[in-house]
Design a protein around this ligand. Structure first.
Ligand code: CS2
Length: 496
């Protein structure tokens, strides 16, 4: 069957939205590192909205930092792909804002040149939490991270880390006397702009202290909060789009109707007029960040660990179980109690809307997908709240249960006995803490597991020294989870 392409745009069935602007006019002015599904269903859609509304020449060059799969999907389609929006009904829309895809390992120079090009006005990133090569507990660059080590050893001749590519691109701008630029993090990290500035400056300082000074003066790193649920595309999505469009699209992204983007108004050069398409530009995004990370993402992680281990593959299935729903609601209430959200913010409305979003059955959002990379996610999703509860002398049993739930997940066994792989950059290290030394994977049966996991500095900082009582609570919850199961543990906690 024919493949989606620019030539076919005029022939797609009625009701499928297509770009109304002239794509020939688009120029490579945004370089986006990490062109996964999230970027294509979020920032690229805002730009497409803007181009539909006002025209212009902002086009996106997407960079894949690892595999060539997105390039293979999009390049034969001239960059076009379908956004399959799953609300009460499916909506099909062709997005045209991506004009090129570069595969970094195949052509690292092209990535550096694209960042350094004087016509590039914005570099943005969705590289996931672990892509920052930072210590999640402190926010500083992990100098001994293998990718950072490689970038330092090669003096950025052939970078491998996203941070390395950014520093290499900025170095060229600096050496050629080009203006500074905005580097915009769109990942789920608190103060994501500050974290990015910190890791970029640290690497730049190692390469050339003068470069680091130039970056401090000329490059901005706004913080941003991004929100849209974008499950991994399935074969069923591809089939659904093929049947509706009558052509094959290998680059489909599926997503919920909801979308939000809040960006700190701190740009080194003019950027697209995002405010015209609903992006909130503000001086301080921290309140939005906290609300979203702790309530949405924090609930998501809870749903993922408890749901996946207990046999639920999808988020909506977990939320439809009254016992899990009760746990999520109690979690949100406790997180809210130390959130410090502006009084003008309708937090009750936000929480109910979240539950509705989680319940969307069409999304088929996999718990296993969200469960990935817990070591990188838990600090900002759960531990910030937990620290505040401790500071306020409040009860922490619920958070102890959450941590115990995550440690149970790390055992790699579902309730039916099936084993699964724990996907996490720290998986190996964590596994050794769970196993009896020298055995072939036997799990420890005593409380040393919890004690060992909780002394992991990169995740918990010095929490276990600061709050020994908490470690005891986690041990208690871990025992109940392993002896009586999650349902009993939740009932005991909630007193139901
Ligand atoms: C999820 C997020 O996979 C995850 O960890 O919690 O990707 C979540 O769907 C988005 O942040 C929603 O905006």
């Amino acid at each position: 069957m024919t493949r989606l392409s620019p030539e076919l745009l005029g022939e797609l069935p009625a009701g499928v939205d297509v770009p109304s602007y002239d794509r020939q006019k688009l120029k490579p002015r945004i370089v986006h590192l990490g062109i996964g599904a999230f970027h294509r269903a979020h920032q690229a859609v805002y730009l497409d909205d803007l181009l539909n509304k006002q025209g212009g020449d902002w086009g996106i060059v997407g960079v894949s930092l690892r595999s060539d799969s997105v390039a293979k999907q999009l390049l034969p389609q001239g960059g076009l792909y379908t956004q399959l929006e799953k609300g009460a009904e499916n909506q099909f829309r062709i997005i045209g804002s991506v004009i090129d895809v570069v595969v970094a390992p195949e052509d690292p120079d092209a990535v550096i040149q694209a960042i350094a090009d004087q016509h590039t006005g914005l570099v943005s990133l969705t590289i996931t939490e672990k892509g920052y090569c930072h210590n999640p507990a402190t926010g500083t660059l992990l100098i001994d991270h293998p990718e950072i080590q490689q970038d330092i050893t090669n003096n950025l001749q052939r970078p491998v880390s996203a941070v390395g590519f950014i520093v290499a691109g900025l170095k060229q701008r600096y050496e050629q006397g080009f203006p500074g630029i905005t580097v915009l993090s769109c990942d789920n990290l608190p103060n994501n702009g500050h974290v990015l500035r910190c890791v970029v400056s640290e690497l730049a300082r190692i390469i050339d202290p003068k470069l680091s000074e130039w970056i401090d003066k000329h490059v901005t790193f706004p913080c941003s909060m991004v929100d849209r649920i974008v499950p991994a595309t399935t074969d069923a999505d591809l089939t659904c789009v093929r049947e509706r469009l009558g052509v094959v699209d290998k680059g489909v992204v599926s997503c919920e109707p909801f979308s939000q983007w809040v960006v700190q108004n701190q740009f080194a050069q003019p950027v697209p007029d995002y405010a015209a398409v609903g992006v909130l530009l503000t001086q301080d995004v921290s309140a939005y960040e906290k609300i979203k990370l702790r309530l949405l993402n924090g609930s998501h992680s809870l749903i993922a660990y408890f749901g996946y281990v207990n046999g639920f593959d999808f988020v909506h299935q977990v939320v439809n179980q009254s016992v899990f729903l009760a746990l999520i609601q109690r979690y949100m209430t406790e997180a809210q109690s130390v959130l410090g959200a502006p009084t003008s913010f309708d937090i009750e409305g936000y929480k109910s809307q979240l539950i509705e979003r989680f319940k969307n059955p069409a999304l088929q959002h996999q718990t296993y997908q969200i469960a990935m990379d817990g070591s990188q996610k838990i600090p900002q999703r759960w531990l910030e709240t937990l620290t505040l509860l401790l500071q306020n002398g409040r009860d922490t049993q619920l958070f102890a249960l959450l941590i115990a739930g995550w440690i149970t997940y790390l055992q790699g066994k579902r309730i039916n006995g099936d084993s699964f792989e724990v996907m996490d950059p720290m998986a190996k290290q964590l596994k050794t803490l769970l196993e009896v030394p020298g055995s072939s994977g036997d799990l420890k049966a005593d409380q040393s597991t919890v004690d060992a996991v909780m002394t992991c500095q990169a995740i918990f900082g010095n929490l276990s020294q600061r709050a020994p009582g908490l470690v005891q609570q986690v041990n208690h919850q871990y025992r109940i989870l392993n002896e009586q199961g999650a349902i009993a543990a939740i009932h005991a906690l909630l007193g139901t």
